[in-house]
Design a protein around this ligand. Structure first.
Ligand SMILES: [Zn+2]
Ligand SMILES: [Zn+2]
Length: 213
């Protein structure tokens, strides 16, 4: 099995988790033995988040999507943002806030679940009043955490250990854009995203009555 960062291998990862007997859990519950907290920090692309969410729903998997209100890449208050939240909810996923420290404005769009964007060690594990933090000691420890940041699994791709049921429980951070856009390296993948965005921007301009021909 090749551990590429694409949707075919993402599907294999989810199937490995099912084979290993893991249960897709919500932040705020557990952790009980066998819980798998599937977390998606949405840094750059709502479209990629929705694509991933649809694949998960096909496999009866529920995840937690953490969305930004301060992203430079997307606007959660736009019609596109509103539609993305609606779709994620329809598919049965939890929606929380991917926050820029120290701002935690949890309005009614969000479940009270927070992950920090690019966290710094001095506040990363702090508890947040009125919310569950993905980096809190309850849900986060290095032995039960895997992240795909920049197309690199620091401790290796977890598919074998998931299939074998080797983790007592696990929080796994998966960034949708890394898997949805093609590329052998992070640079190639992000360039593919930029090309897709370019096309989308031109369509948005035309839809807004701006002449682009
Ligand atoms: Zn793998
Ligand atoms: Zn982030």
């Amino acid at each position: 099995m090749s551990c590429s960062f694409d949707l075919a291998h993402y599907r294999e990862l989810l199937e490995a988790a099912n084979t290993g007997g893991y249960r897709f859990a919500h932040f705020g519950d557990g952790p009980e033995p066998g819980d798998l907290f599937l977390r998606h920090d949405v840094d750059v692309s709502l479209a990629a988040a929705v694509t991933m969410a649809e694949l998960e729903a096909e496999l009866d998997v529920t995840a937690t999507y953490l969305l930004m209100t301060e992203s430079v890449f997307y606007n959660l208050a736009s019609s596109e943002g509103v539609d993305a939240i609606k779709r994620l909810r329809e598919l049965g996923h939890a929606v929380g806030l991917h926050a820029v420290h120290p701002n935690v404005a949890l309005d009614d769009r969000f479940d009270p679940i927070v992950s920090w964007h690019n966290p710094r060690p001095e506040y990363m594990t702090d508890e947040i009043p009125g919310a569950v933090t993905a980096y809190g000691t309850r849900h986060f420890s290095p032995e039960t955490y895997r992240s795909d940041s920049n197309q690199h699994w620091r401790s290796g791709c977890p598919h074998d250990d998931l299939r074998a049921g080797a983790f007592p429980w696990l929080q796994i951070l998966v960034h949708p854009a890394i898997w949805v856009y093609p590329g052998e390296t992070m640079g190639e993948t992000m360039r593919a995203l930029v090309e897709a965005e370019k096309k989308r921007r031109l369509e948005q301009l035309a839809a807004d009555g701006i002449h682009v021909d």
